[in-house]
Write a protein of this length. Structure first.
Length: 172
């Protein structure tokens, strides 16, 4: 029976390493998408407009940035879904996806609902409002910026609920 007891710590260590790797990627995808969103709203766009004004060069730069950033955002969305599902199952208080059976699952479900809304707004903004074309109507530019601000606010709410989830999580 000493053989089975010596395997337990190794199994726990392997699970801990796997969880650490999954958690790392979850954090990385969060930084790429939500951090990028917040930096864009708080620093990049204001600096760009200060430096270049509201002319065609600014619009061209913003479109080039959005085209490049959207690839990373889509990768991050998929990565967050995958790593989030793997992480959720590690906690004994996890009931099921969008479950409200206890405080942990309730806060996690609220976080997931916020992320689903963010994904919807991101897809709507990139596929319909910002469709690549020469001249974007001013009303689309305004709507695009408003959706960007809403998503930045939602990103802050997601980060806050992540903190709550971490505080409510029982160690594995």
């Amino acid at each position: 029976s000493s053989d089975s007891s010596s395997r337990k710590p190794a199994e726990m260590e392997a699970k801990a390493w796997l969880f650490a790797v999954v958690s790392f990627f979850h954090d990385l995808f969060t930084v790429i998408w939500m951090g990028g969103l917040l930096v864009t709203v708080m620093s990049y766009l204001p600096a760009l407009k200060d430096a270049l004004g509201n002319g065609p060069q600014t619009r061209k730069t913003i479109l080039a940035f959005q085209k490049r950033q959207s690839v990373w955002v889509y990768i991050s969305m998929g990565g967050l879904i995958l790593t989030g599902l793997l992480m959720s199952k590690q906690n004994a208080d996890f009931v099921h996806l969008f479950g409200f059976g206890n405080a942990f699952s309730t806060v996690l479900s609220i976080k997931h609902i916020l992320v689903v809304i963010m994904i919807g707004l991101t897809l709507y903004r990139s596929l319909f409002v910002n469709r690549p074309r020469e001249g974007m109507p001013p009303k689309n530019e305004k709507l695009s910026f408003q959706l960007l601000l809403i998503n930045a606010g939602l990103a802050v709410a997601v980060l806050f609920t992540s903190g709550l989830v971490a505080a409510l999580a029982k160690p594995f």
